[in-house]
Design a protein around this ligand. Sequence first.
Ligand code: AHR
Length: 337
Amino acid sequence: MKMKLVAGLTIAMTAGLFVGAMTASADDLVSIGFAQVGHESDWRTASTKSCQDVFSEENGYNLSFVDCDNDEAAQKEAVRSFIEQEVDYIIIDPIIATGWDTVLTECEDAGIPVIVIDRTIDDSDKYVSWVGSNFKTEGLAAGEWLKAYAEAKGIDEINALVISGSTGSSAQIGRSEGFQEIADREGWTILDEQTGDFTEAGGQEVMESYAKSYEGKYNVVVCQNDNEAFGAMTAMDNAGVSYGPNGDVILISFDACTAGLKDVQAEKITADFECNPLAAPFVEEVIKQLQNGEEPEKEVFMVEHWYGLEDAAVPFEIDGEPQEVTVVTDEIIEAQY
Ligand code: AHR
């Protein structure tokens, strides 16, 4: 991957992708480098759009955007290229949670504040703020909801297959830990957990193999994002397995993007646990605070909802906190990302 500056035109090239930003009078603009995970999912597309909309030239920013295509080395290289460019701020959505301290120290030495979004960095605190989701809470929500739903339906045995997200990402780690905690407490069987890498193709491939290996043995499939669920549904359709509120398999998903909620409404996904990708306005707030010499919050949590149809709207609790399932309507789908 290469980065170069051409007379006010910043070009980021990675894995065949490039994004350019014309800067009429670059000196007046706040320059930002954003090292994005990739383009693996609907969620990711919404996250990228959110950043590009907020950090536009019109709003006073010069955004250098790098799509790291899920390549950890490329992501570190992108951050180093932002240091070379002497940008004012660096935004990182870390592909994996560890291995960050060296490059964050380089940012610190260069005096460039780093803001982390979405996924967490677990082995360094050399960043100003993190804005994102509590992934363990999402996993706990899925587990606690499943317990309440199974009780309401008179289902007394849970045999689950999990299609996890990209291994080592904090999104995968948190969702797996949260769901596993409830499974262990309730004595459920998790028959298998394999990664679908947060992609539709990955979800389909894993589910095709599950459908053969565990034929007739499972009643729950947990996909750690909507795109994996789309792939898993194709595989179950091809294998003649019925799923959703009226099917043999309870299908759980995460993200709750527009297409995911449409599948909830179509009675395919039984419940969808939101991961909110619209962090950019909160990141802008952090940047404004820094510009004003204020100290931003170290952690900013996104507000998230849990979705289903009437049938799935069972009350449940997480650590004693009452939770609600929001019933999906046309208006909700319309307003989603
Ligand atoms: O880090 C957030 C996760 O990454 C989303 O759930 C998924 O869709 C994305 O690729």
